[in-house]
Design a protein around this ligand. Structure first.
Ligand SMILES: Cc1cc2nc3c(=O)[nH]c(=O)nc-3n(C[C@H](O)[C@H](O)[C@H](O)COP(=O)(O)OP(=O)(O)OC[C@H]3O[C@@H](n4cnc5c(N)ncnc54)[C@H](O)[C@@H]3O)c2cc1C
Length: 417
């Protein structure tokens, strides 16, 4: 059994950002990782994935973008290099192949059991990821056995798929990217569309992430929004990081032959049932896009940018067949595969500290859990809108390491400080 002030669980970018901040404060710690550094990017992503955030936007504490392509989008090997290089540069005290199998409270702090031994720590930081498990809806149980089902963590590339039709469920970043790739492979794709956020890759000549960063949208704090519960559930923007900087919205997919249907609402006797809300969902998404662009235009005017950037413009409304199909017979429609692009959730099955709410989520106030000395990182809108992004880990790690240091030194501060 080893004693240490702090155990950080997970050597993704969030755990490493925390490690760097703890080192800066001279705080003794270890980072326990079940696989290799950047394990999620190595083992849980599809082959063609690129970050949808531009290269300049992968800033981590003590490390700015250095390459010659700030506006490009990293491939998976490049993301792994980035995170591995960061771990080396900050000399993070990572122990790889040390899967945490339980964390429980003791009188002095926490006992952290791993497959390679036990640690006692006063503080624990959960940086084990927000996207460990794909969320697959209950209705998946009714999928007949002749139809293969995949999730974004088991899908790698179209070669894995049988010939024949594919239903992709979910039209956020993952769903639109997979629908596009599979349709291009020659398999007819139907995309089930629920709530989604349409976003242009570039607007007025600048990347949408540049605008959201410059306008402070991504820095918006968790204690400044009206409904944080709702804000934490907002789907990812319909974006793809392609070398061409292309936009990937429903109109693009439709032009490429993807069939659009409403939200998948049920499966019975081999028939898929879709909600009739497709047109409404698209209208709502167009409305929100308009609001975002209005806000950007106001920002450009207020900050004297109108002379530097292209003039404002608006995108054509999303086109939807009226009425969209409400049912589809799996066999007759030739659907051989269903890909569930219906979101992800964290996995804290090994956490034996009573900090869960009734939905099984870790309760926290900006990353500070109700259990003293226990912190969480990397969750959607944890402290800021950008918390789940690589670019969001730095600010959160700085805040939470300050709280943790105060706790270790017997000076507990306000979580929201
Ligand atoms: C498909 C997809 C695309 C994304 N695209 C972008 C993007 O373009 N830009 C962007 O900024 N963000 C993107 N994200 C969001 C985010 O950056 C990633 O989810 C990122 O991996 C989160 O980093 P993290 O360090 O919080 O978690 P992870 O990278 O998941 O790291 C957590 C680490 O904890 C380890 N771990 C988990 N459980 C245990 C355990 N019990 N014991 C020991 N170790 C454990 C894991 O092996 C892993 O290495 C994307 C996410 C997904 C899913």
């Amino acid at each position: 059994m080893r004693r240490i002030a702090t155990v950080v669980i997970g050597a993704g970018h969030a755990g490493l950002a925390m490690s760097r901040c703890l080192t800066e404060r001279g705080l003794d710690h270890v980072v326990l990782e079940r696989g290799e550094v950047a394990n999620s990017w190595r083992t849980e992503r599809w082959d063609s994935l690129r970050l949808l955030t531009p290269n300049w936007q992968s800033r981590l504490p003590g490390s700015e973008h250095e390459g010659d392509d700030p506006d490009g989008f990293r491939t998976m090997p490049e993301v792994i290099d980035l995170i591995e290089g960061y771990a080396r540069a900050i000399a993070a005290p990572v122990r790889t192949h040390a899967r945490v199998v339980s964390v429980c409270r003791t009188d002095a702090g926490y006992r952290v059991r791993t497959e390679e031994g036990e640690w006692h720590a006063r503080c624990v930081v959960l940086a084990s990821g927000a996207c460990n498990v794909p969320c697959v809806p209950r209705l998946a149980e009714a999928v007949p056995p002749m139809v293969r089902t995949l999730t974004p963590t088991t899908y790698r590339n179209p070669d894995q798929l049988e010939d024949g039709g594919v239903l992709v469920v979910g039209a956020s970043a993952t769903g639109v990217q997979l629908a596009d790739e599979i349709q291009r492979s020659g398999r007819p794709v139907t995309l089930a569309v629920g709530e989604h956020i349409r976003a242009p890759r570039t607007y007025r000549g600048r990347d949408i992430q540049w605008w959201m960063d410059a306008a402070g949208v991504l820095d918006q704090r968790y204690d400044q929004v009206d409904d944080i519960e709702r804000a934490r559930k907002v789907p990812s923007l319909q974006l793809v990081g392609s070398p061409e900087g292309a936009m990937l919205d429903l109109n693009t997919l439709r032009d490429r032959g993807v069939g659009l249907v409403g939200r998948l609402a049920g499966i019975a006797e081999g028939r898929l049932q879709f909600s009739g809300s497709l047109a409404n969902q698209c209208a709502l998404s167009d409305l929100k896009l308009g609001r975002l662009l209005d806000a950007i235009d106001r920002f450009a005017t207020d900050h004297g940018l109108n002379g530097e950037v292209a003039p404002p413009h608006r995108f054509p409304a999303t086109r939807v067949d009226e009425p969209p199909p409400l049912t589809l017979d799996l066999a007759r429609g030739g659907i051989r595969t269903i890909v569930w692009a219906t979101g992800f959730r964290p996995d804290y099955a090994w956490l034996e500290v009573p900090v869960f709410d009734r939905k099984g989520r870790v309760r926290h106030d900006g990353g500070v859990t109700p259990s003293p000395g226990l912190y969480v990182m990397g969750l959607p809108f944890l402290r800021r809108r950008k918390s789940v992004l690589i670019d969001g880990a730095g600010a959160d790690a700085r805040d939470l390491s300050a709280h943790l240091a105060a706790y270790l030194h017997g000076r507990v501060t306000d979580a929201a400080a």
